[in-house]
Design a protein around this ligand. Structure first.
Ligand code: ADP
Length: 749
């Protein structure tokens, strides 16, 4: 192409040489020194500047200047030298000036056209359609992608009005208004940002495009350039993905619902299987029958745990798990966990201990129930995978930053440890390091997955540090909010599973009619005693059947229902009361379940039976009265919800002292009762009466803490567990310990 262009210039170049020669010979013949002859070089400079490169022009001008100078030398010194020098100097200056100007214009023009070519090449190669319009919406640029996208060729599009060509009729007015607004005010909401609009194809089809429009200002005029991308495929993909996600989500929701429902349904008969197998084990059985029944019980417990974990997991997965934010005492939580698992530690000869740093506030806010669930799981695992040594729980504040304080709770064991490559994996569902070992120990690999999700829901983090053979440490890092003055004083209580919506509010103490169903005379007496000096009227009965009868005959504002009672238990009594209320179209009164069993199942079964809330024994006076005030206020005056200040429920110092004193006065009687229990327990052990042992153990567990004998409470717990397992040696061991403990107490007294 360049070669051909050069060829066409050859005659022109030859002509220019001839013309130059002609002008030079004319100039040489000119005797007088007029300006006419060399002025012709100027005229020749114009086509040279237009047709040749700036370099050729410079070359030509230099040549002509030389020729002018030659003529100057040839002039006779006598002639018109002065005029000639002047004329020719002026001529040369003009020629060079002209050359400079022509050169510059030519260079600029060349630059501009080169630039234009480059821009056109870029736009033509762009993956997006590029369209430019002027301030009147006339198309000034249209690249090949625009041709493909809209179906109009460049020649057809350029010069046309943009709205007529590619904007669907429904949007043309908006386009005109937007353009006018921008021209007048310089503002436009769609300028310089990505927007998605509908565009029109030549065949009349409308399709979605993504575009970004840039205003281009040049002096007072403005034009616009738009990059347009067809997003039909993307939209279709998005729709398909959304539909697929909706289908997957609803399938996952249906699965979670199914698992949750089925787990719940399975648990009820499973509970019955566990219960009746336990009953069966208390009867006279041949050794083989006992072995089979024990195997059945063990398998039922494993299945129950699995179903409970599945239920929890599916609840968390489906986002149906509600966390509570209530004050609780982390120390009590840890102590309770130890109390629940110390028997298992003893059975394996392991030391289970806890150390809580003093810098942890007495009360913090959070979901104590779920945190205890996590801790129980971690400690159970530690006990499971440790054959000798110890399991230690520690808690301390890691970040005292007032805006976001955090504490760390860790469980360290001296067990088998975990290989480094499994440290993260074990938090995945159904993942176990050694499935053979886990089969031996039980469990399906859901516990840590639940812990991880629970802790994440609480805003914390959980991880494990371990190496094989050197034990493991599971660490929970949790943010916490310290309890402020405005928080309910029930803060001092162990976690109350507020089943339903027990708001942490209370009204002024009002006299309530309270019915207590509690089989232990000692507990009844203690509760009566707790209510002394209060405006409440309290009546008590010894079992569920009496509770239902008394409730139907009288008018009560609140019921305190022990869950484990011989004969009709608290669950059945609550169900019967609720059924009667429904039949009578009476409003449901709050029923607070009392239990010495801190397990989640108790809370859930209580809720299923119709209880309003649950209190875990041992129950202190202030916790009991606060709870009654809180729950009772809703029963008596549902609209009154004054937030109690700590003063409202805190006892005056002298009263508190009096109560402490009276409790101390009652301790000898408590110990006398335990001695009677010891005799009854020994007799029961002698005749293999695990029912009585379990019942007495359960009672001791529930009441001992209230009198300030936590060790006795733990002993009661172990007795109950040993009776449940029909483990006579364990029962005997506990009775020996009980005798020793009573002796110690006597000595201390
Ligand atoms: P499960 O205990 O029911 O199998 P988890 O999710 O609680 O399920 O634990 C998953 C696995 O992590 C366990 O099977 C075990 O392999 C490993 N693991 C958990 N805790 C410990 C521990 N303290 N020491 C050693 N291995 C542990």
């Amino acid at each position: 192409m360049a070669f051909r262009t050069n060829l066409t210039k050859v005659p022109l170049t030859v002509a220019l040489f001839f013309l130059t020669g002609a002008i030079f010979s004319l100039d040489m013949r000119d005797e007088y020194e007029g300006a006419t002859t060399w002025l012709l070089y100027f005229i020749l400079a114009i086509p040279v500047a237009k047709l040749y490169s700036p370099r050729v022009l410079l070359f030509a001008i230099s040549g002509w200047s030389l020729l002018i100078a030659v003529k100057l030398v040839q002039l006779s010194p006598t002639g018109h030298v002065g005029t000639s020098i002047f004329n020719r100097s002026i001529g040369m200056i003009i020629l060079w000036t002209m050359a400079f100007l022509l050169y510059r214009q030519r260079s600029l023009g060349q630059l501009i056209s080169e630039e234009e070519h480059r821009v056109t090449a870029i736009l033509d190669g762009a993956l997006d359609a590029v369209i430019a319009i002027n301030a009147h919406s006339r198309i000034t640029a249209w690249n090949p992608q625009a041709e493909k996208m809209f179906g109009f060729r460049r020649e057809e599009a350029v010069g046309k009005l943009l709205p007529d060509l590619i904007i669907p009729p429904a949007f043309r007015d908006a386009h005109a208004r937007g353009l006018q607004r921008f021209v007048e005010t310089g503002e436009g909401p769609i300028m310089n940002r990505r927007i998605e609009v509908m565009a029109l194809h030549r065949d009349g089809r409308e399709f979605p495009v993504e575009l970004s429009v840039m205003p281009l200002r040049s002096g007072r005029t403005v034009s616009f350039c738009a990059f347009v991308r067809d997003i039909t495929a993307r939209r279709e993909l998005e729709t398909t993905l959304r539909q697929a996600r909706e289908v997957a989500e609803s399938a996952s929701q249906a699965k979670s619902d199914f698992v949750a429902n089925i787990s719940h349904e399975i648990r009820t008969p499973l509970n019955a299987i566990c219960g009746t197998t336990e009953l069966l084990l208390t009867t006279c059985l041949t050794p083989a029958q006992r072995r089979y029944a024990e195997m059945c019980l063990k398998a039922s417990h494993t299945l129950l745990q699995l179903v409970t974990e599945l239920l929890d997991f599916s609840r968390i997965e489906s986002g149906r798990l509600q966390l509570e934010l209530k004050p609780y005492d982390l120390r009590q939580l840890v102590e309770r966990t130890i109390g629940l698992l110390s028997h298992r530690a003893e059975q394996k000869g392991l030391i289970l201990s806890a150390h809580i740093e003093d810098d942890l506030p007495a009360l913090i806010k959070g979901d104590a129930f779920r945190l205890q669930q996590v801790l129980l799981n971690l400690v159970s695992n530690a006990l499971k995978f440790t054959s000798q040594g110890s399991v230690d729980i520690t808690a301390f504040v890691v970040d005292k930053e007032p805006n976001c304080p955090r504490f760390r709770l860790s469980v360290t064991d001296s067990g088998i440890g975990i290989p480094p490559e499994d440290l993260e994996r074990i938090f995945d569902r159904f993942t176990q390091v050694d499935s053979a070992a886990s089969r031996q120990h039980g469990g399906v690999g859901l516990g840590l997955a639940i812990c991880k999700r629970l802790i994440a829901l609480m805003g914390g983090r959980i991880w494990a540090e371990s190496s094989p053979g050197k034990g493991s440490t599971f660490i929970v890092d949790m943010p916490f909010s310290p309890v402020g003055d405005s928080d309910s004083p029930c803060a001092a209580s162990p976690p109350m599973a507020a089943i339903g919506s027990a708001a942490p509010t209370a009204s002024e103490p009002k006299g309530l009619a309270i019915l207590i169903a509690e089989d232990s005379a000692e507990s009844r007496e203690l509760i009566h005693y707790w209510f002394e000096d209060t405006p409440h009227r309290v009546e008590s009965v010894a079992d569920g059947e009496q509770a239902v009868q008394r409730y139907r005959a009288g008018r009560y504002d609140l019921v305190l229902m022990d869950l484990q009672m011989p004969g009709m238990d608290g669950f059945s009594a609550t169900r019967a009361i609720r059924a009667w209320e429904t039949a009578q179209k009476r409003e449901a009164v709050p029923i607070i379940a009392l239990t010495a069993n801190a397990f989640r199942e108790a809370a859930e079964q209580g809720a299923a039976a119709g209880c309003t809330g649950i209190l875990t024994k041992p129950i202190g006076r202030s916790l009991l009265l606060d709870t009654v005030a809180r729950v009772g206020s809703r029963a008596v005056a549902p609209s009154v919800h004054a937030v109690p200040t700590p003063m409202q429920t805190r006892l005056p110092a002298d009263t508190a002292q009096r109560i402490t004193q009276q409790l101390a006065d009652r301790r000898p009687q408590f110990l006398r009762n335990r001695r009677k229990d010891l005799i009854a327990l020994r007799e029961a052990a002698a005749r293999g009466d695990y029912d009585t042992i379990g019942l007495l153990g359960h009672r001791i567990k529930g009441i001992a803490g209230s009198y300030g004998f936590p060790d006795m409470g733990t002993l009661g717990h172990h007795l109950e567990a040993a009776a449940k397992a029909a483990d006579l040696p364990a029962v005997q061991a506990q009775l020996t310990q009980m005798a020793a403990l009573l002796e110690q107490c006597d000595k201390a007294a």
